[in-house]
Design a protein around this ligand. Sequence first.
Ligand SMILES: O=C(O)C1=C[C@@H](OP(=O)(O)O)[C@@H](O)[C@H](O)C1
Ligand SMILES: C=C(OP(=O)(O)O)C(=O)O
Length: 428
Amino acid sequence: MESLTVAPITAVDGEVTIPGSKSLSNRILLLAALAKGETHITNLLDSDDIRHMLTALKQLGVSYELSADKTECKVTGLAGPINFAGSAELFLGNAGTAMRPLAAALCLGQGEFVLTGEPRMFERPIGHLVDALRQVGADIEYLKDTDFPPLKINATGLKGGRVEIKGSISSQFLTALLMAAPLAQQDLEIVVIDELVSKPYIEITLSLMKQFGVEVENQNYQVFKVKAGQTYQSPGRILVEGDASSASYFLAAAAIKGGTVKVNGVGTKSVQGDARFAEVLEQMGAIVEWGEEYISVTKNGPLRAVDVDLNHIPDAAMTIATAALFAEGTTAIRNIYNWRVKETDRLSAMAIELRKVGATVEEGEDYIIVTPPAEVQTAAIDTYNDHRMAMCFSLAAMGKNPMIINDPKCTAKTFPNYFELFESVVSH
Ligand SMILES: O=C(O)C1=C[C@@H](OP(=O)(O)O)[C@@H](O)[C@H](O)C1
Ligand SMILES: C=C(OP(=O)(O)O)C(=O)O
């Protein structure tokens, strides 16, 4: 297997522009496909997760023009649900933001669809979404294990009415149902019947639905009312913000070893919850400066450990786990059960790899507690086909020893040129 050795990093300083957000890119592509009119998307992310959505849309008969560098896309909307004559098998890799929203949206029209992906996708639950869709008339079959992809959908439209959904494993199920809701046959009342995790991602969904002309009544993230008969309307041009989760590695690098890093593309105007990652760095002692479209972080002495509930930013939370290697004291990251059902079991993977570099780690059912070693040791870090494991452990080279990252190309899921960009702000 290919591996990358990151030489010890002696200094961090610079400015980067972060590629487009995965969460926004895939939502915008789907909404543009369902909308009336042509949508011109700029700063689209070019990565595996987006490619899977684009390929699926093409197979489904949605026409679009992609620029040579794949960061601009003009989508000709269908002005309604996807009606497909015959059947299609869609391979969605390990992209949650393609699998979940498409599973709901495809129920709205006509056609027979198989939604499949990489083996890990077959271990990532989708039962809460399927249970909800079945309440409003969806015909969905599990082709392998109950509650998991692959799925077979026999689409005939979604009725309206009241639908109950669980939000305790993933917010993506609620996002999927919300995006499908305005195209159901009658008004839909969505009731979240347990605790909703990763709540800020719902903000991204609602904000984009609004930009595409659809109204949702949000009663405190517990009940959502969506009127039928609404059509998504293309906003014309739409710019994808920089990816706030991707920004976290650069901001943490500055907090650990800066100098200053200025990250362009995410700032106070951002709709992404993960922009709030910078607040955690601030709590750890770093200096954070916010602009409307940038965040800049400067080291301000050694980082201090924190004890934090990071349920609202599960992806960027991983970056705190490796930043903790360079903080004084013991860091606890809590309320992150769903790390276990993402690209890999991230609680287990993180604990194993942090121990390899010398940390003392307590792995709980829904938390991780990290005490740094006196000196971070060199290790060959396994990345479990998880882009964030690879990106997080690039930070582990901030000590005196090099770090070996196995399978660094797994960053292709959301950030293909991560290591090149990372090199542009670090010195060895
Ligand atoms: O809606 C989204 O775009 C996402 C929601 C989060 O998932 P969960 O809601 O499953 O935590 C996040 O981890 C994922 O990377 C993207
Ligand atoms: C959890 C993630 O991805 P997905 O969209 O596949 O859920 C992630 O990017 O960290």
